[in-house]
Write a protein that binds this ligand. Structure first.
Ligand code: SF4
Length: 276
């Protein structure tokens, strides 16, 4: 008799019941159980606790085709964040113009016809900033000439602004990217100090950033125009409003009314700032 049976006997619980060898295996219920109900389950304890590997996760089916149909523009790549620019000594305006004219700091100097510094009244209260010179700007050495420039002039005059008297217009890049391609992040990073110096000289009441590259460069953001327009931002405490680049508007006529809304918003904001 084992120790458990002895204790049970002493306290009056009678003999303990023990199954005969093979009792469970030979029980009718076990013998009649359909084999398919016996399911083997493989358990891998460590694997089940670990997070799933990314390459083992099945992606949901997309609602839209991953490859756009012919003729549909793919959104251009988002610019990488630009490094913070160290405040450099402020050059005199003429010296700044000469520095730009002679600049060979990035690859664009090899393909430009000439640099494009800016145009307008450097005492103006409005500063308009675009992206980079295009073909006509590269030929003439002036920003916003050609059809995009004419559209901008028309929009400005419709809001009562004279392009030579009331605004100064500059670009982020002072040299034309070949074939009017998008500026690259390193070109913008190399060139932006010239623009920063122009802003420090002009000290405008309001900046109007025209297009994604100008807006992203000045606001140090990766957000697109759609998220940035319609709001009052600031660059170094200067109020800044974002709108479309006129060259974009020439290709996307339906968005002209949005650009017009942006100009009205800018005009009202400027009026309020000037009254303060
Ligand atoms: S784009 Fe700017 S940094 Fe590059 S060469 Fe022209 S002025 Fe210099």
């Amino acid at each position: 008799m084992n120790r458990a049976a002895l204790i049970q006997s002493v306290i009056g619980l009678g003999p303990s019941w023990e199954a005969r060898p093979g009792w469970f295996e030979q029980h009718p219920a076990a013998l009649n159980r359909p084999p398919e109900t016996l399911v083997a389950i493989d358990i891998e304890p460590e694997a089940s606790l670990a997070p799933p590997r990314q390459d083992a996760v099945t992606s949901p089916q997309p609602d839209v085709p991953l490859v756009p149909p012919p003729g549909v523009d793919i959104a251009p790549p988002v610019l990488p964040p630009l490094p913070q620019v160290q405040a450099s000594p402020l050059l005199e305006w003429d010296a700044l113009e000469r520095a730009v004219r002679d600049c060979r700091d990035c690859r664009l100097c090899q393909t430009r016809t000439q640099t494009v510094f800016g145009r307008g009244n450097k005492q103006a209260r409005w500063l308009l900033i675009g992206e980079a010179p295009g073909e006509q700007e590269d030929k003439q050495g002036q920003p916003f000439v050609g059809r995009a420039g004419q559209l901008l002039d028309n929009m400005l005059s419709a809001t009562g602004l004279d392009r030579d008297r009331d605004v100064y217009i500059a670009n982020v890049l002072k040299c034309r990217p070949p074939g009017n391609r998008n500026p690259s992040g390193d070109e913008i990073a190399t060139c932006q100090n010239y623009l920063i110096q122009q802003i420090r000289h002009i000290q405008p009441t309001l900046i109007l950033a025209l297009g994604r590259f100008a807006a992203q460069t000045l606001l140090q953001t990766e957000k697109g125009i759609g998220q940035l327009r319609g709001k009052l931002h600031s660059y170094q405490d200067i109020p800044l409003i974002v709108s479309y680049h006129p060259a974009y508007l020439l290709r996307n006529q339906p968005d002209k009314h949005k650009a017009w809304q942006d100009l009205i918003f800018a005009k009202k904001t400027f009026g309020r700032l000037s009254a303060d």
